[in-house]
Ligand binder design. Structure first.
Ligand code: FES
Length: 67
């Protein structure tokens, strides 16, 4: 399995991970595995910890872009 690739957008703060990501509890037990996730780094998302595009209100990015 290839390592996931992480993209950090320095403008929006969003963190996109391409590839499989294991979500674990405090003991390291895998709770869920997801593919291609995007976390909020701006704190504006209404669906934290996921990025919902709300950062575009402060970055001026067009909603049609994938950033
Ligand atoms: S980075 Fe916060 S909503 Fe996208």
């Amino acid at each position: 399995m290839a390592n996931p690739t992480i993209y950090i957008n320095p403008v929006s703060g969003s963190i996109k991970i391409l590839g499989a990501v294991d979500f674990v509890d405090a003991e390291g037990n895998i709770l869920e595995t997801k593919e291609n996730v995007k976390f909020c780094g701006c704190s504006l998302s209404k669906d934290k910890p996921w990025c919902d595009g709300s950062h575009k209100a402060i970055t001026g990015q067009n909603r049609s872009t994938n950033s």
